[in-house]
Design a protein around this ligand. Sequence first.
Ligand code: SAM
Length: 336
Amino acid sequence: MTEGSGHTAVEIAKSLVDGCGRRIDHLRLSLTERCNLACQYCSAGQDTRACRIEAGFAIALARWLLVRHAVGHVRLTGGEPLLHPEVVEIVAALSAIGSLDEITLTTNGQALAARALRLRQAGLARVNISLDTLRAERFARLTRGGEISHTLRGIEAAIAAELKPVRLNVVVQRGVNDDELCDLARWGLERGCAVRFLEVMPIGPMVEAFRGQLVTAAEILDRLSDSLILTPVSAPPGQPATDFGAASPGGGLAGCIGVIASTTRPFCSRCRRLRITARGEILSCLFDTGGSSLADAWDGRELNEDAADRMLQAAVMAKPHRGQRAQRKQMVSIGG
Ligand code: SAM
């Protein structure tokens, strides 16, 4: 609510704090379960039952969390968030709320080239773009049919639109793309992108395959150190990545490289995230198996914020001290 209530955000916003004393102020909102790629670690293949969130519902949820619960950062995700036909309008509506620190988006970049500038103008601050390989054939295989040139054009458009820093997310898999770590780092740094290497997580299709494919953050850093000088930099609170200033030994290249050790060094004690899926489900942890759906508090026009508050409080208090280490749900339906 709050619209027309006469309260300002500052007067009524009350921080969300979970049972472990963690302040929850980052929302990951999945706009759709659909994706135009089907990365092997993320999804078992296209799902014809995939659904998307209604734009009005997404905006009402974000406004409720921002204004009533002092959530400051919204990351739009999916599935592929750019497949939501009203993604630009959603960004504009969130931006108009005014009290948000930052709106960001995670995308595979396939449909970004045509939208980057409009998203920027609508108020998007920056983007994370998934790019696991620079090789066209490998890209097509890993994504089950993706065309790498579309993502590369999306990256160029994001740079041109100053959605910065443009961050490239690389999920590292042994025997799949771990021979390209230095190439990917160099390619990103040359374009002024930050490059983040993610440990693969035992989620969805990776529950069985993951042990053989995990490359630890320590090993990733070790390999990157072969061609880059890495210097640790301090991170803002709640940030899952360990970031490094990166420079080439002879000079010429400089920028930021990060690793996310979700598997070997989980950052649960610093986790400030709350997830809402495209079905309206609240997930207090990536490893949640499912909970109440905020869709029950939405009548198609208005969010019953008192009912939503009750679901939210229950979810936040149930946020586990430490996430379980396996999740059968697919990442494509959770949002990453
Ligand atoms: N379609 C968008 C994309 O590709 O970036 C957004 C959704 S995707 C689920 C969000 C992030 O989750 C991506 O960076 C992806 O690489 C990551 N991801 C998916 N499955 C993963 C897994 N099993 N382990 C680690 N990261 C994963």
